[in-house]
Design a protein around this ligand. Sequence first.
Ligand code: THU
Length: 125
Amino acid sequence: MTNQELIKMAHDAYENAYAPYSHFYVGAALLTAQGKVYKGCNIENASYGATNCAERTAIYKAVSEGEREFCKIAVVAKDGSTAFPCGICLQVMNEFMPNAEVLLEVNGEIKSFSLKQLLPYGFQL
Ligand code: THU
């Protein structure tokens, strides 16, 4: 699975995004250590706090299927802006994939970040 292929799957994922309030469509593609990919999209709610981000949708889908080892996650926004993960998603990544790579699009180019770069002092018990 190349970075380009994973990013492409993240683009496919936002086609299912449910974002009638923000109209900001986000897709994520999560690669497991065994090479399987779980896609996720953002799912909004009229009670805004109940919204789930694309990254957490992908991670929770995978974890709920028994997956525990992840290599990388690609995150993209339909509007082409850079979809830096929010603080809650960074914290969830810190729980399940603290050494993971995060692929984002910056000005149309794929850029690789470590989770440690994005969340240098992540909370762990
Ligand atoms: N969103 C994500 O899906 N991932 C992020 O890391 C940031 C925000 C979604 C949540 C909401 O549906 C929309 O983007 C606007 O905040």
